[in-house]
Design a binder for this molecule. Structure first.
Ligand code: SF4
Ligand code: SF4
Length: 378
């Protein structure tokens, strides 16, 4: 892929560009009654981007067929990803969930949590990946973690860091450490101005404070039972920079400037969904970003797309191929067309199922690829 399509990991120009052009903190689409709060409008917007001149005409099915004639199918379930709700203490501009403090009604209830625990026994994934919103704000979070620990699962908590500073969560770093939970922390940038531009003033300082608390209980210090991964994303209309280069840059910057350490870094592409889609449209970047994604299609990523090895459950119990399909309301359906609920999932039909795709999928196959585990190719 062209380097011009990638965000620079170190160039001051790349940094300055993101400052003027990058997304800013906002309110949820729902709270602003934005038309894009409706998924149909998001899908229509994506469909209407003129990608005729790009390879595959912007058709993801054609892109997949070019390297995998059998199409995209689920092969195994290594990871069960549970989205515990849209509630979050922040409202970042790039959020693909449209999460925020006003989404308190959309939180997974105990009955659905128990159905997910039942599903664990049936599909036996290696990893349970807890996401949101801020999963720690779900009142059933600790109950669910303990149930997963009893089942011998590797657990990932996708944490926005600032949530750890809430009074009710003061003991959470120690509590998670005692259970061997891996913490994957999202932090857009190692520089204050870039992170605050996307997450709101003060977000960076709070994140550093939270990282110190995690370091204090042993996270991010090389102990495999207390793994701390940072998940970073471009603050603008770019692809993620090279993951290895970013890891070196972030390790040095966070250690030297703030005295904090982490174990691993995952770099993600922003998905053209929800609030990031809104920012792309209003900033005039939508067509160029979609062209960048399609042009950078990398066939080497297809074998390891996360939908091939993941099952995703939404806060209301509906089941999806991945978290992004969840946000675009593309659930697994019965032959009659009804969305399947986790409590009635026919697990014998999960493997070999055809994955639902759309133009947003080019976000996963662009450049080095992108998944909840970071880059796919390389
Ligand atoms: S912290 Fe994560 S879930 Fe919450 S608003 Fe920001 S991007 Fe969305
Ligand atoms: S968006 Fe989901 S379904 Fe599409 S390629 Fe990515 S992981 Fe697979």
């Amino acid at each position: 892929m062209s380097e011009a399509h990638r965000e620079s990991s170190s160039s001051p120009m790349g940094d300055l560009a993101t400052l003027s052009a990058g997304p800013k903190r906002t309110e949820t689409l729902r709270a602003r009654r934005s038309p894009l709060a409706h998924v149909d409008r998001q899908l229509e917007l994506l469909r209407n981007v003129n990608l005729e001149s790009t390879q595959f005409g912007g058709d993801f099915q054609r892109a997949i067929a070019s390297c995998n004639p059998a199409g995209l199918k689920a092969e195994k379930i290594e990871t069960l990803q549970l989205n515990l709700g849209r509630l979050c203490n922040m409202t970042c501009r790039h959020c693909h969930v449209d999460a925020g403090p006003d989404r308190w009604r959309e939180v997974m209830d105990r009955e659905t949590v128990d159905a997910c625990i039942d599903l664990l026994a049936k599909v036996d994934p290696e990893t349970v990946d807890l996401t949101g919103g801020a999963p720690e704000l779900n009142p059933n979070f600790r109950y669910l973690v303990d149930e997963c620990v009893s089942g011998g699962k590797h657990i990932i908590d996708r944490c926005n860091l600032t949530v750890l500073l809430l009074r009710r969560n003061e003991d959470l770093p120690k509590w998670l450490a005692s259970r061997g939970v891996e913490i994957v922390c999202s932090l857009p940038h190692h520089r204050q101005r870039n992170t605050d531009a996307q997450r709101g003033e003060g977000a960076f300082d709070k994140s550093i404070k939270a990282l110190r608390r995690l370091n204090d209980v042993g996270y991010g210090r090389g102990d495999p039972t207390k793994r701390l991964t940072l998940m970073v994303n471009p603050v603008g209309a770019f692809l993620a920079a090279d993951q290895c280069a970013l890891q070196q840059e972030w390790t040095r910057s966070l250690r030297e400037n703030h005295g904090v350490t982490f174990d691993n870094l995952s770099a993600l592409n922003n998905m053209p969904i929800s609030r990031y889609l809104e920012w792309l449209e209003t900033s005039g970047n939508l067509t160029s970003y979609m062209k960048t994604l399609v042009t950078a299609f990398n066939p080497a990523t297809v074998a390891r797309l996360m939908c091939r090895s993941t099952l995703s459950v939404g806060w209301d119990g509906k089941v999806y191929d991945c978290d992004f399909n969840q946000m675009l309301e593309m659930p697994l359906r019965t032959p009659e067309g009804d969305a399947i609920n986790v409590s009635e999932l026919p697990v014998e039909h999960l493997l070999g199922r055809r994955v639902k795709t759309g133009r947003h999928c080019f976000g996963c196959t662009a450049g080095a690829g992108s998944s909840c585990g970071g880059a796919i190719d390389g």
